[in-house]
Design a protein around this ligand. Sequence first.
Ligand SMILES: NC(=O)c1ccc[n+]([C@@H]2O[C@H](COP(=O)([O-])OP(=O)(O)OC[C@H]3O[C@@H](n4cnc5c(N)ncnc54)[C@H](OP(=O)(O)O)[C@@H]3O)[C@@H](O)[C@H]2O)c1
Length: 305
Amino acid sequence: MLTLNVIGGGKLGRTLARLWSERGVFRIGNICNRSLASATEATAFIGAGTAVADISSMAPADCWLVAVADDAIEATATALALHLQPQSAHESAAKPSPVVFHCSGALPASALSACSGAALASAHPVHSFADPVRSLEDLPGSVVALEGDAAGRELLDNAFNALDCACITLSPEQKVLYHTGSVMACNYLTVLMDLSLQTFAAAGIDESTARTLLAPIVMQTAKNNFTLGPQKALTGPLARGDIRTVARQLEALSALTSAEHDPARTSLASVYRTLGDAALPLAQKAGLDAASAQKLHTLFNEQKP
Ligand SMILES: NC(=O)c1ccc[n+]([C@@H]2O[C@H](COP(=O)([O-])OP(=O)(O)OC[C@H]3O[C@@H](n4cnc5c(N)ncnc54)[C@H](OP(=O)(O)O)[C@@H]3O)[C@@H](O)[C@H]2O)c1
């Protein structure tokens, strides 16, 4: 069985290591985090592997997962490259090159280019690892975007297939916009949920009631988007051209913004305006007439502070 070392056994690193260990895909070698205590916690979650305090203490492995924060990937690869250097020409000829990969959606495999003697790859699971325990159940069925050297992609294709994940291949040039698309739909949806709950709170509706009220309509909206597409899924005052309703909502949010000095609340009116304006081309495709679209555009822009 191939060995996997993990640098960065955080949310993603510990989840993948545990699933691969449980399914007999990799034998887990060493786990290295910023602190030994955190690495020890990761090995307890994984149920395998040995925590080490620094990269220079890590044993050789066939495969290296660099699952640190995106901004730390290049520096970590530089530290790993020093450690991976073969001690002699004999050692270099005897061993196959290891695979070194990261899981960032935005960065290409070349972020690891310091480890140039290894096969380099990136593998981005389109999944939110907010809660590693949940991810153990929910990751299977997700898509993983692979990019990088063929040897690395082939190994990772097999490793993720063993977790019941399907893989697609991207070019390095596609990665930033590909990842931005995923951020828009996933992370920004979470921001919208938070802004929505703040708006309900301003109306005196507690969070628990608001969540109960939102769950069915948000789920239904997501379903409509996937089955019908955004154009048919868009309903509400914008799609209907109910300009006075939109004006009343904007006025209510603007009043909140000027009354409150909470920076989170101050973004409510501006996000409503920006997204409302961005929705107009979609609403027009769905049947909103040009005159109403123009009035709404003026409304969204004239009340900007
Ligand atoms: N979370 C997601 O939903 C998700 C989804 C897809 C892809 N990804 C990608 O997965 C990667 C990891 O994200 P994450 O959410 O798992 O991050 P995370 O939970 O913050 O974990 C990062 C881990 O890296 C360790 N670390 C940071 N700098 C280090 C260094 N210089 N040397 C050794 N260890 C270091 C941290 O150690 P300490 O614990 O000691 O601080 C921590 O265990 C990122 O590239 C991210 O883009 C994440």
